[in-house]
Design a protein around this ligand. Structure first.
Ligand code: HEC
Ligand code: HEC
Ligand code: HEC
Ligand code: HEC
Ligand code: HEC
Ligand code: HEC
Ligand code: HEC
Ligand code: HEC
Ligand code: HEC
Length: 426
């Protein structure tokens, strides 16, 4: 439990200069725990006692629900000033400030967030400013004083900063595109840096965005998964594989065996991005063979021939799988028992999925055994269904014979009765 700062704060006589958040409380025995609990309950009340609030209702409204308010901080922790004075002379304390520039803001946040002792009780890392300075944003701000790049408050807010993973937070994965988009979709701003302003819009059309924003699947990447948050930079051709490989390890491994691996290591081929793109990544289909290879190999029949072999292998297995699926469905509707075939179909699907991944080697010899296995399974499915249908036909035939026999018996019986009836007549 993160009790330390509220505990030490709540025990201070009101108005006294309190120890900084994060300092160890005097005792952590029962009294400490009790005081901590009271302190937690009292934390908002304490904030309300600060004189600043009487005049700054607007900031106060934003501040009450913030992570900082919950941690027992209040206005003077960031601004200085004297919280006991209920007039504007509350400002007249050396060091009172409203951070004016984006550098000052970053540094004022880092006063606590780069301080290991203050952050330890919360288990928070303390490298945000350091990392930020390595990002394109930080380089521009600290190198050139550029006030248009993002500083801490552009991504986190000012007075209403929430825990980074809180559902309403600007930094929650589902809100990230909007947070970055405030600037990166601003065509006027982006044109000053020769950067495209359609990156966010493109991302929103991607399969990744569909998973994240429509299905709420947090395992899909948002902007920061690929770029980093504090160290936000575009990954270069050499790092892209690593970025995608964090989640698509298997494809990356297979790619390493492809003829493109060397070019990627030399930085002349952008691993996954050369074929899939970066922001508008779509669900992958065979169409990609038609679209991507010709961009670089239009004049190279040898490479295109390789593509055709690979695409055909996948195409054939896919066709066979779909045909078998349709047969099984038909047979099931007719009431045949297809449980065994359905299990086999699952297996065929697994092989097909493997094949789609394996094509990242661009090596037909690696794919052929899997394609052959898939083919064998699909054939077994079809043979199974054929056999079932043959059995069914035999059953129908036997039934027909049975009925015929019974009908014949009935007729004979009836004839016999009539004959007897006639004989009995005088
Ligand atoms: C008697 C009312 C009053 C009290 C008490 C008061 N302020 Fe202010 N404060 C003002 C007014 C008026 C302004 C100028 C208008 C504005 O920017 O909102 C101001 C401005 C500010 C600014 C912006 C300064 C700038 O350069 O733009 C900050 C930050 C601020 N106050 C913080 C505080 C803090 C922190 C406290 C408590 C320690 C406090 N104030 C107490 C009335 C007050
Ligand atoms: C976590 C640090 C932090 C805390 C806590 C904080 N502020 Fe601020 N405040 C800032 C920063 C940073 C700015 C400058 C924002 C900017 O220029 O974009 C600011 C700006 C202001 C301003 C100028 C007007 C505005 O809204 O931009 C006022 C007034 C102000 N704060 C009052 C307060 C009051 C009152 C409290 C307590 C309820 C408070 N602040 C708590 C960091 C803080
Ligand atoms: C470009 C946007 C951006 C900027 C600029 C930025 N942050 Fe963050 N920050 C984030 C995101 C996004 C997360 C959440 C990452 C996650 O979900 O793991 C985060 C996480 C954090 C956290 C939680 C602990 C951690 O490191 O993950 C703290 C504290 C924090 N930021 C403080 C700061 C401070 C201080 C600055 C300025 C020096 C700053 N941030 C600048 C986007 C930003
Ligand atoms: C006086 C010290 C102090 C200052 C100054 C400060 N913070 Fe914090 N910050 C904290 C503490 C303490 C927490 C509470 C951590 C917790 O509850 O997990 C916190 C929490 C946060 C969190 C949430 C982290 C999480 O656990 O998800 C973010 C984001 C954050 N601060 C950003 C900022 C930014 C941006 C600024 C500058 C505008 C700033 N802080 C200024 C002390 C400070
Ligand atoms: C306050 C506006 C603003 C916000 C918010 C913002 N950025 Fe930026 N960003 C900029 C500006 C301006 C540049 C151009 C800096 C340059 O290239 O010199 C930039 C540059 C970048 C670059 C480097 C592009 C390049 O090739 O030079 C990346 C990557 C980036 N931002 C990612 C992000 C991400 C990810 C987010 C959200 C977590 C984000 N930005 C939020 C303004 C912003
Ligand atoms: C799946 C990973 C991925 C995601 C998600 C992603 N990006 Fe990118 N982004 C990249 C790659 C890779 C590049 C570099 C492309 C290149 O140089 O060929 C890039 C480039 C950029 C650039 C530099 C200019 C450009 O477009 O080439 C900016 C700015 C940027 N991204 C911002 C964003 C923002 C904002 C988001 C969220 C809406 C985002 N990115 C989401 C991978 C990603
Ligand atoms: C944070 C994890 C993560 C990162 C990073 C990531 N992806 Fe994904 N990606 C996913 C998830 C989850 C899916 C959906 C499950 C699946 O199909 O594998 C997906 C799906 C895809 C698909 C569609 C797969 C299909 O079934 O048709 C492609 C193509 C793709 N990603 C390419 C990339 C590329 C290229 C990059 C790097 C620029 C990248 N991804 C970065 C998690 C990630
Ligand atoms: C972004 C450009 C680009 C794209 C897209 C691309 N390649 Fe390549 N390809 C290269 C480069 C660069 C090389 C290595 C240089 C070389 O050996 O000619 C290469 C090499 C090859 C080779 C080895 C050629 C040889 O003579 O040994 C084959 C085969 C190949 N690519 C097939 C494909 C297929 C199939 C696709 C589509 C699925 C594809 N490539 C997409 C750029 C590309
Ligand atoms: C030379 C072009 C090319 C490169 C490079 C490439 N892919 Fe693919 N990728 C394809 C094609 C074509 C398909 C579609 C295969 C099919 O389903 O017919 C595909 C399918 C996929 C799929 C869906 C099928 C599966 O394997 O689950 C994912 C995920 C994927 N790629 C991720 C990546 C990642 C990650 C990288 C980088 C390590 C990468 N790709 C590099 C061309 C490429």
């Amino acid at each position: 439990m993160k009790l330390t700062p509220p505990c030490s704060i709540s025990l201070e006589p009101r108005g006294e200069k309190r120890p900084s958040a994060g300092q160890a409380p005097p005792s952590l025995g029962f009294v400490g725990t009790l005081a901590a609990l009271i302190g937690m309950a009292m934390a908002p009340a304490r904030a309300a006692e600060v004189s600043c609030l009487g005049c700054h209702e607007e900031q106060q409204k934003l501040f009450v629900g913030s992570a900082h308010a919950q941690a027992g901080l209040s206005c003077p922790d960031c601004h200085g000033g004297d919280p006991r004075v209920a007039s504007e002379s509350a400002h007249n304390v050396p060091g009172f400030k409203r951070p004016d520039t984006k550098q000052e803001i970053a540094e004022s946040c880092a006063r606590c967030h780069s301080d290991v002792r203050r952050m330890n009780p919360y288990g928070l890392p303390t490298d945000q400013l350091e990392r930020y300075k390595t990002s394109k944003h930080g380089e521009q701000l600290f190198g050139h004083g550029d006030q248009k790049v993002a500083t801490c408050t552009d991504c986190h807010g000012v007075h209403d900063i929430l825990k980074v993973r809180a559902p309403q937070s600007r930094t929650h994965p589902t809100h990230i595109p909007q947070t970055c988009g405030r600037c990166h979709s601003d065509a006027k701003l982006m044109s000053q840096y020769q950067l495209p302003a359609d990156g966010v819009a493109k991302y929103l059309t991607s399969y990744h965005a569909q998973l994240l924003l429509e299905k709420g699947d947090l395992s899909a990447p948002s902007c920061i998964t690929c770029h980093g948050n504090h160290g936000a930079v575009p990954p270069g051709a050499k790092e892209v594989g690593q970025v995608c490989g964090k989640c698509h390890g298997r494809q990356r491994e297979l790619f390493e065996q492809s003829p493109h691996a060397q070019a990627a290591a030399a930085g002349t081929f952008s691993e996954c991005v050369s074929c899939h793109g970066h922001h508008a990544i779509q669900k992958a289909t065979a169409d990609l063979f038609a679209q991507s290879c010709v961009r670089c190999h239009a004049q190279e029949p040898k490479s295109l021939a390789r593509r055709d072999v690979i695409a055909t292998l996948i195409h054939n297995v896919q066709g066979a799988y779909e045909h078998a699926t349709a047969r099984v469905k038909e047979a099931t509707l007719l009431g045949l028992a297809t449980e065994d075939q359905q299990v086999l179909l699952q297996e065929a699907k697994t092989q097909l999925t493997q094949l789609e991944a394996l094509q990242h080697t661009l090596l037909p010899e690696q794919m052929q055994p899997v394609a052959a296995r898939a083919d064998g399974i699909v054939k077994a499915v079809i043979a199974g269904i054929d056999g079932q249908e043959r059995n069914e036909r035999w059953k129908h035939l036997a039934l027909a014979v049975c009925w015929g026999f019974m009908l014949a018996m009935a007729v004979i019986f009836w004839l016999k009765r009539r004959e007897l009836g006639q004989k009995e007549k005088p």
